[in-house]
Design a protein around this ligand. Structure first.
Ligand code: SF4
Length: 177
């Protein structure tokens, strides 16, 4: 049996969900018998591949780059899994929504700058007016809540998905877990 192609992507999140994924520790080696990690912050590939079987997405959509990235990922992924509360609800990144992006940029790049205070216009992507969850931009196939989902949750969920077994997510994890 050929291996499934697995990707992970990082939008506006703290990387805690990826850290929890890594916390599967030696169980990652078991998974590696069934999947190839073809794109991820954990590997050094820059472009999202054409055909991916499963993509795990951490984080909310907060910038024009995030929006373009998730749309490209969706177009090239069979099963898209939103991992963690930021991807599913907006969670922490969406706390800026009531005040909008301008005060955040001012605080970071003007008020707290000791040298050359200025709002960056290159490299740093333009922020969207409001941070929104992944499913408001693209179709999501599986929602795996938690902040972050535990390593056990990742392992149980991925094992079930790979083997085509039913997945009881409420028995596995919950928002804020
Ligand atoms: S869900 Fe929690 S752990 Fe995951 S990116 Fe958001 S804040 Fe970090």
């Amino acid at each position: 049996m050929s291996k499934l192609k697995l990707a992970t992507a990082w939008l506006d999140g703290c990387s805690g969900c990826h850290m929890s994924f890594l916390d599967m520790d030696e169980r990652l080696l078991e998974l590696a018998e069934f999947v190839d990690l073809v794109y991820s912050p954990l590997v050094d590939l820059k472009d999202f591949p054409d055909q991916v079987d499963i993509t795990l997405v951490e984080g909310a959509v907060a910038s024009v780059d995030d929006e373009a990235k998730i749309k490209k990922i969706r177009a090239h992924t069979k099963m898209l899994i939103a991992i963690g509360d930021c991807a599913i609800t907006g969670n922490v990144p969406s706390m800026r929504n009531p005040i909008g992006p301008e005060p955040i940029l001012d605080r970071a790049y003007i008020e707290n700058a000791t040298l050359q205070p200025q709002i960056p216009c290159v490299v740093v992507p333009k922020l969207l007016k409001v941070v929104r969850p992944v499913h408001e931009f693209v179709e999501v196939d599986v929602f795996l809540p938690g902040c972050p989902p535990s390593a056990d949750t990742f392992h149980t969920a991925l094992t079930a998905i790979i083997s085509g077994e039913p997945l009881d997510i409420p028995a596995l994890t919950r928002f804020g877990a």
